[in-house]
Design a protein around this ligand. Sequence first.
Ligand SMILES: [Zn+2]
Length: 260
Amino acid sequence: MEVTMSRRALIRGLAAGTVVPLALSGCATNPETGRSQFMLVSQGQLAKLSASAWSDVKEETPVSIDPALNNQLRRVGGRIAKGANRQNENWEYAVFDTDEKNAFVMPGGKVGFYRGIMEFSENDDQIAAIMGHETGHVSARHAAERYSQQMAAGVGMQVANVALSQRDSRYKGEIAAILGIGVQFGIILPFSRKHELEADKLGVDYMHRAGYDVRQSVRLWERMGAEGGGRRQPELLSTHPSPETRVRELDAYIRQRGYA
Ligand SMILES: [Zn+2]
C-alpha cells in the first residue's frame, strides 16, 4: 500500500462523507504481482466508468477504419490476451486516426492505439511489446490502485463520487486522467514509475508466452529514445520513464528470466 494520506485523515474523510468506501475497500494482494494494493473501488465500478470514458474518446477522436491496422491490432491483442491468460475477457480494440505515438488501456479491457504508434512499430512483435505493457496495467490493476490513491489523498474525490453516481461531462477530463487516458483531454496524470516498470515486465512475460520476440521490446524503446532526441517529444515519453531506463530494465529482466 502506497497511500500518502494518514489513517486519521481517511477516517475523518469517511465521517464527513467526503470519502465513500466502495464495495471493496482495504488492502488486497494482487496475484499477478504478489503486491498488496489499497483499493477503494471495485472492478465492476471501474469497468462502468471506463465504458463511458471509452465512448467519449471514440466520439471525440477519429477512429481509423484501415483494415490492415485494425486486423494487426486485433491479431496481436488476441495473442497477448492469451499469453496473459485473459482471453475470456471482453477486450475491445480501436485504432485512433491521429499521428500520436501513444497507446492506452482502460479497466475492462478497452485498448486504444493511435495510428502514429502503429506506423512507428516495425513489426507485430513491437506492437506486442506495447500491447503487453498495456495488458500489464490491466492485470496489475494499476488504474484501480491509482484511483484509490487519488480518492484517499482527497484529489478528485468529488469527481470520483460524481463519476460513480452519475455521468457528468464537466469531469470528463479528470475521469479520463484517473483512468490513464487524460492526455486525450489535455490532463496528464501519469502512472507512477513503479507502475510503468511493473507493466513493462508483465508485458515481456506475456510476449514470451505468446511466442513473440521479446528483444523487440528493447528495440522499440531504443527507437523511441532516438526519436525523442529530435523535434517534438512523443507523448509516451513525456509521461513515462525515460526510454534509456526502460531499455536498461527490460534488457536486465529478459536476461534474468532467460527469455533471450
Ligand atoms: Zn504505461
